[in-house]
Design a protein around this ligand. Structure first.
Ligand code: AMP
Length: 224
């Protein structure tokens, strides 16, 4: 069993899941005038939903909740709380996943309070029903067992954070490991074979070296 269960999500799956989500919205007979993407995770699904439902108005709010991949901060906050007049508009607020639900709830409350739409509904490709304090009006997949979905738009960011965490927390890595040993610890921790990450693996190591998180010494990788 992986320490942190991770599922690599492909671009094809994102298109399929967003299409499925758009179908659910269409089948309900409700049509939004404006789509609001919750940045950053909701960007791609929101854009695809606009395409599938033929909607041109797309706005965004940015909320922040997870400090790093698979590690939640205490509180979701909204950055840049600017105001827009959406009086009389039906608004669909879109995110990639509802995990705790804090992010989408915060975005919904903000839009309702500050932007004055006539109605808001929420949508996410995935809903983790076992932990979420909130069920979106629309979702495509219900997830029961918690997993970190490694979406394609955060592949580099997540890979860097996953490696950095091993170097900080794994006893074997703290005293220095070869790249092959690091790959094997990565498999053990996340249940993902670094070979599946393609160019992202090398790029993540390069960035971590540039940032001074990792250093190479006598063929071994070490934390700073
Ligand atoms: P939350 O406020 O907990 O519902 O989640 C906030 C954001 O964090 C989501 O919109 C995702 O971008 C990201 N996130 C949270 N949980 C997961 C997960 N299990 N897999 C991938 N991304 C996640």
């Amino acid at each position: 069993m992986a320490r942190v269960p991770v599922k690599l999500v492909s671009w094809e799956e994102i298109v399929e899941w967003s299409r499925g989500l758009a179908d659910r919205i269409e089948e309900s007979g409700w049509r939004p005038d404006v789509v609001v993407a919750v940045a950053r995770g909701g960007f791609v699904p929101a854009r695809l939903i606009c395409d599938f439902l033929d909607i041109t108005d797309l706005l965004s709010v940015q909320s922040q909740h997870w400090v790093e991949a698979a590690r939640a901060a205490q509180k979701a906050i909204l950055k840049y709380p600017y105001r827009v007049d959406l009086e009389g508009k039906k608004v669909l607020i879109v995110d990639d996943i509802v995990d705790t639900g804090d992010t989408l709830l915060l975005a919904k409350e903000f839009v309702e309070r500050e932007w004055g739409p006539s109605e808001t509904r929420t949508a996410a490709m995935q809903w983790i029903s076992s932990v979420a304090k909130f069920k979106p009006d629309y979702y495509y997949l219900e997830v029961r067992d918690w997993v970190w979905f490694q979406y394609p738009w955060t592949r580099l960011e997540d890979t860097m954070q996953f490696i950095a965490r091993i170097l900080r927390e794994d006893e074997r890595a703290r005293s220095g490991v070869s790249e092959d040993e690091l790959k094997s610890i990565f498999r053990e921790w996340y249940g993902v074979d670094p070979e599946e990450l393609g160019f992202y693996w090398e790029l993540a190591l390069k960035r971590l070296r540039e940032k001074g998180v990792v250093r190479a010494e006598n063929g071994k990788l070490l934390p700073r």
